[in-house]
Ligand binder design. Structure first.
Ligand SMILES: *[C@@H]1O[C@H](CO)[C@@H](O)[C@H](O)[C@H]1NC(C)=O
Ligand SMILES: *[C@@H]1O[C@H](CO)[C@@H](O)[C@H](O)[C@H]1NC(C)=O
Ligand SMILES: *[C@@H]1O[C@H](CO)[C@@H](O)[C@H](O)[C@H]1NC(C)=O
Ligand SMILES: *[C@@H]1O[C@H](CO)[C@@H](O)[C@H](O)[C@H]1NC(C)=O
Ligand SMILES: *[C@@H]1O[C@H](CO)[C@@H](O)[C@H](O)[C@H]1NC(C)=O
Ligand SMILES: *[C@@H]1O[C@H](CO)[C@@H](O)[C@H](O)[C@H]1NC(C)=O
Ligand SMILES: *[C@@H]1O[C@H](CO)[C@@H](O)[C@H](O)[C@H]1NC(C)=O
Ligand SMILES: *[C@@H]1O[C@H](CO)[C@@H](O)[C@H](O)[C@H]1NC(C)=O
Ligand SMILES: *[C@@H]1O[C@H](CO)[C@@H](O)[C@H](O)[C@H]1NC(C)=O
Length: 772
């Protein structure tokens, strides 16, 4: 029976449209399953974040319910993939900017997760993961990360990719399939013919032929007992095969793979499998439910609601597919989620066209009706989220009108401050008093000079040691050549401004990682600031003194990490907890001071700003530490401090100065003054970090590192590389940096402590604990 002409025409059009597309709307998934051990399953998905239109990556450990949250950066993750022990998040920017992919390892024990960026470049065409590896398509070229053994024939191009435990299969542009890797059962049994869908499990692969038949090969491949022409996607686990049909129902083969009674007949948007676990996103409410192993017997629902699919611009990818109703509200503006395309080019022929198109329509109607309630719900949620976002913004934002109503707060704080801070009272001293304790600013009291002026050491009557900074025109010049030009010639007005800024900032903050202001003196043109004395000087001097004093605490990695964490906490306080937030603008190792206990404190707030719009047209800061984006665009945000802090991290990891002269990385001395043109530590170190060769640039003046320490320092290298990203929006916040450093310090110092016990007597390590 030939189809009625109008359906035939419609069908022809659809076929035409679909010819260049594969059967699945998106080659990316927002749901991933990982198995750490036979009875430990992690289910990861993109879950609604506190912010509108944003989704964070969350993983739930099925046995315990324990959750891990991976906060999205500037560009949220659009797709996820996972294997047995790792998770990947990929950004899918809608503009032409580059995608990035991060990789996290779930260790088999504890809560630590190790993270690194493994890809940054043009958008990928597909992403797939197997039990141990993750692969994608760069354009049409297959590429696997952290899998050196896998080899593809030169010039091979795929339109789709699937990854098993020891093999990778791809659907060639021609429609045929190629499999590569060491699993001979799979690579030697690739079926001939043209296929429209492809999937891989642990030991087997399946594909849907153009004629609509499901074909599976490899070991333990469960064989479908009947023809299933209406398949829209396939998910394979270990000896389990599941398919998603046009009408959204799931059908599985293999022991224990059948959906339980309570889920039979449910409609799904997408399914994923790993090992013995099978999970899917329900069409009705976007809940994630799982089955297949006993962990899910009691409770199938893992997430109440997740981002049901990847967002994409409608024009480019929903051709011939149904737009998921309401998805415009979930995605960045102008984007939607395409549902699995229900009409697949060739299989449609094998079905009566009336049924085919009819069922498509019915589905659409069903989806629309079913979604009215959902959309209402979404609107309520949206309102709530807007409300929350606004509230959040008013708590954290630096820009815009919110600022005006926050400006009053410092005044309130200032007046209540003196009484509140025990021991933190800022006193006004008389010039007479200052002259007395410093012997008229005598040379014997002088301990250094900074951009602001000379620094003296003195003892207060109550016995406290103090550092006294004096703005003095005569003493300002010689030590400031490193600083930005504008600052090397501080005139009276600028000194005055720095003085006020420092006073304003320090009188209203109190944090153990920020240097404390004890008092000030402003009399007869003298501007004097009195601080707590920091017995061990600057981080810069300790780190770059050559040769390094053998007994220096900085010859231990765990101390270096702790100093980094101290300083990061101080800066995080300025950004996130000071009201209004403060941007330091001059973070550098010589502004990080060390007290007698070797605790690091951030100092020198002369350039700090609370209102980025207040600043003049000239960028301020120190060469070598200054955020290039800020320098170029004069747009100041907290991310400029993050950049500068990244430089400090690189100094700690490599032992190189921010700007240094050196011939080569492996040079014995690390630094050969005058040998070549000056180099930036970013240019020097970041390429090694990105190619996973941090060990080559680690400061060799530190005692040989244990494997835990190397792992920790490598990780700090990743954090540093993120901090010095060219664009501020790509950098982490200080809060994220602190979180990362806390984890890594805990891992490193835990290992150090353990090692100290077992190998007592080792020089550096046995000393380290006294600083913790
Ligand atoms: C998981 O399996 C291992 C060994 O197979 C066993 O030692 C462990 O207790 C199991 N854990 C749970 C939560 O069942
Ligand atoms: C995501 O994980 C965090 C814990 O890391 C948890 O507090 C939060 O509720 C989770 N979100 C969802 C939607 O499950
Ligand atoms: C893991 O985290 C949980 C709570 O989130 C905590 O109770 C447990 O002690 C942690 N385990 C380890 C090894 O840190
Ligand atoms: C994308 O990444 C490539 C390679 O890392 C880089 O050369 C290019 O400049 C990047 N493009 C954008 C727009 O960031
Ligand atoms: C597969 O498709 C190509 C065209 O894309 C065609 O030339 C070829 O004959 C097909 N092979 C089979 C076995 O159907
Ligand atoms: C899956 O099948 C393979 C090969 O038949 C077998 O070696 C393996 O033990 C099976 N795995 C499970 C979990 O049944
Ligand atoms: C889905 O389609 C299959 C046949 O393709 C049918 O057996 C099943 O009853 C349908 N389920 C629903 C809920 O429509
Ligand atoms: C989602 O829908 C399913 C049935 O369609 C139901 O069992 C489940 O409880 C729902 N989940 C939520 C969070 O409402
Ligand atoms: C669809 O099938 C026909 C034969 O039935 C074949 O000639 C054609 O190449 C197929 N189209 C695609 C896109 O594979």
């Amino acid at each position: 029976m030939p189809p009625p002409p109008n359906s035939a025409y419609l069908f022809f059009l659809l076929t035409l449209l679909l010819c260049s597309f594969s059967a699945i709307a998106s080659p990316f998934s927002t749901l991933a399953v990982s198995q750490l051990a036979p009875n430990i399953t992690l289910v990861c998905a993109l879950v609604p974040s506190d912010l509108l239109h944003r989704y964070d990556l969350n993983c739930t450990r099925a046995s315990t319910g324990q959750q891990f949250l991976y906060r999205a950066g500037a560009t949220p993750y659009g797709a996820v993939a996972a294997g047995n022990g790792f998770l990947c998040g990929l950004t899918l920017p809608s503009d032409k900017s580059n995608s990035t992919m991060r990789w996290w390892a779930f260790p088999d024990h504890g809560n630590e997760t190790y993270e690194k960026r493994i890809y940054r470049g043009p958008a990928l065409a597909a992403l797939a993961s197997g039990d141990t590896h993750v692969c994608g398509l760069k354009g049409g070229w297959p590429h696997c990360w952290r899998w050196k053994e896998i080899k593809f024939p030169p010039g091979i191009e795929f339109s789709d990719i699937a990854v098993g435990r020891n093999f990778v299969c791809g659907r060639k542009k021609s429609g045929g399939i190629g499999c590569y890797g060491s699993d001979m059962e799979v690579t030697n049994n690739v079926p001939d013919g043209n296929f429209s869908l492809l999937a891989a499990g642990t030991w087997h692969a399946c594909a849907k032929s153009d004629a609509g038949r499901l074909t599976c090969w490899g070991s333990g491949a469960p064989v479908p007992d009947s023809d299933q022409p209406d398949i829209v996607s396939i998910a394979l686990g270990e000896n389990k095969t599941c398919v998603l049909r046009y009408n959204g129902t799931v059908l599985c083969w293999g022991k224990g793979s059948h959906p339980p009674e309570s889920l039979a007949g449910e409609q799904f948007l997408r399914i994923q499998a790993r090992g013995d676990a099978i999970c899917g996103i329900l069409l009705l409410n976007f809940s994630v439910v799982c089955w297949g192993n006993e962990l899910f017997l009691q409770k199938h629902t893992v997430y109440k609601s997740v981002l049901p699919g990847t967002c994409s611009s409608p024009a480019s990818s929903c051709v011939g597919c149904v737009v998921l109703p309401g998805s415009g509200n979930m995605c960045p503006s102008g984007e939607v989620i395409c549902q699995s395309c229900q009409l697949d080019s060739n299989t449609t022929i094998s079905l009566p066209p009336s049924q085919q198109i009819g069922s498509g329509r019915k589905r659409t109607v069903f989806v629309v009706l079913g979604s009215v309630g959902f959309i209402l719900g979404l609107l309520v949620l949206l309102g709530f989220l807007v409300f929350r976002a606004l509230r959040k913004r008013s708590n954290a934002g630096v820009h815009g009108s919110v600022r005006s109503n926050r400006r009053r707060q410092p005044l309130v704080m200032d007046s209540s401050l003196d009484g509140r801070l025990g021991g933190g009272t800022v006193e006004e001293f008389s010039l007479q008093f200052v002259l007395e304790i410093t012997d008229n600013f005598s040379e014997t009291h002088k301990i250094g000079s900074g951009s602001f002026g000379a620094v003296y050491r003195a003892t207060l009557p109550d016995g406290r040691e103090a550092a006294i900074k004096r703005a003095n025109p005569a003493s300002a010049a010689p030590f400031t050549s490193r600083r930005h030009e504008q600052l090397s010639r501080l005139d009276q007005e600028q000194r005055e401004r720095a003085f006020c800024s420092e006073l304003a900032v320090l009188s209203r903050i109190n944090h153990k990682n920020l240097v404390r202001l004890l008092g000030f003196c402003r009399e007869r043109g003298e501007l004097v600031l009195v601080y707590e004395y920091m017995a061990n000087g600057t981080l810069h001097d300790n780190l770059h003194r050559r040769p390094m004093v053998p007994s220096s605490p900085l010859s231990s990695w765990s101390t270096r990490l702790r100093l980094a964490l101290d300083a990061a906490r101080g800066i995080e306080y300025l950004h996130a907890y000071a009201v209004p937030p403060i941007i330091h603008r001059d973070i550098k190792s010589s502004n990080i001071l060390l007290d007698e206990e070797w605790m690091a404190k951030v100092a020198d707030f002369g350039l700090s700003l609370t209102n980025p719009e207040d600043e003049g047209s000239v960028a301020a800061g120190t060469v070598g530490y200054m955020d290039p984006e800020y320098y170029r665009l004069r747009r100041l945000t907290e991310k400029s401090d993050v950049y500068s802090f990244g430089i400090v991290l690189l100094e700690l990891v490599t032992g190189y100065k921010a700007i240094h002269r050196s011939m080569e990385v492996e040079g014995e001395d690390g630094e050969a003054e005058g040998s070549t043109t000056p180099r930036n530590v970013v240019e020097m170190a970041v390429p090694y970090i990105e190619t996973d060769e941090v060990a080559r640039i680690m400061d060799r003046r530190v005692a040989p590192a244990s494997s835990e320490e190397i792992e920790a320092v490598v990780y700090v290298g990743y954090v540093a590389a993120e901090c010095v990203q060219a664009e501020g929006q790509d950098r982490p916040t200080m809060g994220e940096v602190v979180g990362a450093l806390e984890r890594v310090y805990a891992a490193c110092s835990g290992a150090t402590a353990a090692r100290t016990e077992s190998t007592a007597g080792r020089r550096v390590l046995s000393r380290a604990p006294s600083f913790m």
